[in-house]
Ligand binder design. Structure first.
Ligand code: NAD
Length: 292
């Protein structure tokens, strides 16, 4: 019989990843605290549960895609959480929640004779829909082989090691870099536009030159220059990622002055445009300062 899969957190990323599991023919039990996303997945063939615990009562393997470390901890370990469920042997956290909570969750599950993987992803909602995400995975090597085929439904997995949280560190390094590239590109583009250059031409030239990065190749052409600001990743989530990264770096004794500047850019953008604004709104912050 096919393994029953569970999926908790049906937001920008989770809704699309859960839909791919259904399209691949897996039975999927879903939960989200918001009724709208839950109903959408049920319309696509999923079964709704009333809590994370009920998901884990009905599924063998449970995925989570949740906004913050505190919510992830509650969904995994809380009184109505996955660990309280009777059936699930394994929990896979697809969110970006940092190495601390990954360690806590892994310890509690291991103690109960179950397993966890931290498996943060990169590639945005487009990658989630297309199944082209990069997945960074850490957890027990012996169980990884049975997990990997399911992960391939979401994209390309990279095994990062047994130690819980290693994949989270990998992901925080990536997201620090992505946010920093966006902030720095916003400054460069604001200057060029103020001087009279066409932003499309600027991206074309930069992308054929040494300044190319994920903002000039993707975020500017797709969400900033068309003024849609709908890349699909919020300022609040990016601020959470950079904060988690800097906390961890500080604890490790790794100075990050540039990363701290990126954090301030996100904090200012959150104050001006809201935590729920798309993080490409950093470009608006810089344009306002530059008077373009
Ligand atoms: P989102 O806010 O769109 O989705 C989160 C979902 O979790 C929402 O549907 C919300 O209702 C649900 N939720 C919140 N609390 C809950 C609870 N207690 N129980 C059940 N459901 C709950 O976020 P997202 O953009 O889909 O991101 C999810 C995770 O993936 C985050 O950790 C984010 O950092 C990471 N991520 C996002 C992107 C992206 O481009 N959006 C890319 C890579 C990684």
């Amino acid at each position: 019989a096919d393994r029953v899969l569970g999926f908790i957190g049906l937001g920008q990323m989770g809704s699309r990843m859960a839909a791919r599991l259904l399209e691949a023919g897996h039975p999927v039990v879903v939960f989200d605290r918001a009724p709208g996303p839950l109903a959408e997945l049920v319309a696509k063939g999923a079964t709704a549960a009333a809590s994370p615990r009920e998901v884990a009562d009905r599924a063998d393997l449970v995925f989570g895609s949740l906004p913050t470390p505190a919510i992830l901890r509650d969904v995994a370990l809380g009184p109505d959480g996955v660990l309280a469920g009777q059936r699930a042997r394994c929990f896979v956290d697809l969110s970006t929640t940092g190495p601390r909570v990954a360690g806590e969750v892994a310890a509690a599950f291991t103690e109960a004779g179950r397993s966890t993987f931290d498996c943060p992803v990169s590639g945005g909602k487009g990658g989630a829909a297309a199944g082209t995400l990069a997945l960074m995975v850490s957890g027990p090597r012996a169980e990884y082989d049975s997990l990997e085929p399911v992960l391939r439904v979401f994209g390309k997995p990279f095994y990062c090691g047994e130690k819980p949280g290693q994949a989270q560190v990998m992901k925080l390094c990536n997201n620090l870099l992505a946010a920093t590239a966006l902030a720095a590109s916003s400054e460069a583009l604001a200057m060029g536009v103020k001087a009279g250059l066409d932003p499309n031409l600027m991206c074309e030239v930069i992308n054929a030159s040494s300044g190319r990065n994920s903002a000039t190749q993707d975020k500017f052409p797709r969400a900033v220059i068309p003024r849609t600001f709908d890349f699909g990743f919020t300022t609040g989530l990016s601020l959470k990622d950079v904060r988690l990264c800097l906390e961890e770096a500080e604890a490790m004794g790794v100075p990050m002055p540039v990363g701290n500047a990126t954090r301030q850019m996100l904090a200012i953008t959150a104050a001006l445009h809201g935590l729920d604004s798309d993080f490409t709104s950093i470009a608006k912050t810089v344009e306002n300062w530059a008077g373009v």
